[in-house]
Design a protein around this ligand. Sequence first.
Ligand code: ADP
Length: 616
Amino acid sequence: MKLNRRHVESTALVLGFLAAALATSWTSLGIQIDKDAYDWMLRLYEPPPWRTETMLLAIDEQSLQTSGGVRGLRTAIAEGLTYLAATSPKVVALDATVADVTDPEPDAVLGAALRRTPRLVLPCQLLPDGSGFEDPLPRYLQWGAAIGHVHADADAVNRAIPLEKATGTKRRWALALEAFRVSRNAHIVESVNDLEVAGIVIPARRADSRRMWIRYLPPSMPGVPRISLKQLRDNPALAERFRDKAVFLGVTAQTATRDRLMTPYSGLPMSGVEIHAQAFETIAQGRFFTPAPGWMELAFCMLLTVASWSAFTFLSGVRSYFAAAGVLAAAHVVPYLLFRHGTVFPYAPSLGSSWLTLVASAAYQHFVVRRRMLRAELDRGRYRQAMHFVTHEMRTPLTAIQGSSELMGRYALTEEKRKQMAQMINSESKRLGRMIEIFLNVERLSAGEIEMKQDCFSARELIAVCVERAMPLADRKRISVLVEEIPDETLTGDRELMEYALYNLLTNAVKYSGARTQVTVRARRDGERLRLAVEDQGIGMEEKETRKIFQKFYRTSGAEQSGEAGTGIGLSIVEEIVTRHHGAIEVSSRPGAGSCFTLVLPARPAAPQDATHTNS
Ligand code: ADP
C-alpha cells in the first residue's frame, strides 16, 4: 500500500497519543489512579470465604493494663507464650520488639518463655540508617527457629508487603513468609521472578523487593480470629483454639504501639500483627496477584489507541459514538476481568490511551479534517465557476473567429470584405487573449494569489474604451449609449480588471434592456471618490433581488425569462475587483423601470503627468 500524507499523519498521531497516555500513567496522578482502581477492584471482587489458618493472640488495651502497662509488656508476652506452649501451634510469630535490654526480671521471664516455644519466629527491623537490622537480643535469638522483618509498604494504604528486605550484607524474609515456611517445615527456593515454599509458588520479583499484594480477608469473613491475653487469663480453656494454628502474637493496644495501617477495605486502621497474619493467609491460600507483563500493557493500550482513533476516523455520526462507547467499556472492564484472575493491570494507561485518543481524534476530525473538506469543496466550487466562465464568456469571440475564418476559406470575398474579416478575427482573438488573461487574474485574485497592478489611469479613457467595446452589442438592439460629461479624474489600480468590471456593467445594461432604450454613463466626484454610474431603462429587479445578484450564479427571475444567456458570475467578479480597489458597488433598481449600477472608487483629480502612465 502506498503511504500517503494522511496515513503518516494518522500513524504519528496514534503513536503520539500512546506515548502521552503511557507518560501520564507515570505521573503522580496516574499512580494514584492505579492505586484507587486497585482498591476499588479489590472491594468489588469478593472471593468465596475460606477457613483461616491464622489466629491472633492480641495484647490489647485491657491485657496491657492488667499486666502493669508498657513496662509489663515482656511479662505479658511471656504469659501469652506460656498459654500457647500447651497447645502446640503450627508456628508462633512474635510481632513485638525484643531488641533491647530492660529490667533483668521480665527479660529473664521472657527468655524462659521463648525457650519453651517451639517453631518460634522472631521479629527484626531495618535500622533507620539502613546499615543493618535491629535483631532481638542474642539471648532470645537462640530460641527462634527463624527471624523475619516486620516492614510493610510505605504507603498511606497498605496493599502489599516486601517479602524481602536487604542491607549490604544481610537480608531477611518477611515475618509472614518465615512463619509460613516454619509452619510447613520447608525451605524457601528462590528464582528471579518467584519464591517457592512447600509447593506454593509466590509470584514476587527480586527486582521489586519481592513485593507481594495481600489478599485481605473479604468483609464477608469475620477477620482473622483473635483472642486477647486478658480473655485467656479469664478463660484458659480458650487456648485450645490455638491448636494447630499459625499464631501471630502482638500488641494491638494503641497506647503501646502506633503500628496500625489502613487497608483497601477498612474505614479503620488495622494493627500490624493482623496485617502479618493476613499476608500469611494470602500465601497459605495461594491467592496471589501478579502485575500484568509490560508487553500485555503496551499491546492493550495500543489496541485501545488504534480502536479509539479508528472510531472517529473511519466511522461517522452515531456509529462513531457507539464505537467510542465500546472502546471505553473495554478500557474499564478488561482490567477488572483480569483482576478477577489475579492479574493487576494498571488502570491509568488504559484509561489514558482510550480517553485521550477519543477526545483528541474527535477534536482532530472536527477541526482539521472538516476544515480540509470545506477547503476542498471551495476549490471544487471555484473550478466549477471557472468552467462556467470559460464556456459562457469565451464562446462569443470564438464563434466570431470560427465563422469569419470559415467564410474566408470557403468563399471568394472582395478584398475589402476580406480585410474587414481579418481585422475582426484579429481584434476578437486579441479580446479572447485578454479575457483569458483577465480570467486567470480574477481566479488568482479571488484565491489571494495575485498582486494587482498599480497603474494610474484616466477615468475618461476607461469609460471610452469600455463604451466603444460595448457599442456593437448596443447597436444590435438599437440601444443608444449616452456618456455624460465625465470629470477628469485619475483612478489607481489594475486597469484591465477595472475595464472588465465596467464592461460587464455596460453589457448587462444592454443585455437586460429592451430595444430602442437608452443606457446612460455618468460620473461625478464625491469627496475623495468617483461615482461612476451605468443606468439603463431595462427590466430592472425587485428590491430583495438586488441583495442577491452579487452572489455567484444568482440570476433574477426576470433575467431568466428574458432569454438572455448568462451564468450569474459576472457581478460577483465585478464586486471582487471593486473591493480589491478599496471601492464599492451600489445598485438601485425597479422592476420594469430600469437599473442603475454605481462603482464608487477612490480617485483624485488628474495631474498632467498621469496621462503618460496610462496602460492601454
Ligand atoms: P449574468 O448576466 O451572466 O447572468 P451577472 O453576474 O453579470 O450574470 O448578473 C447577475 C444577475 O443580475 C443577472 O442574471 C441579472 O438577473 C441581474 N442583472 C445584472 N445586471 C442587470 C441589469 N442591468 N438589469 C437587470 N438585471 C441585471
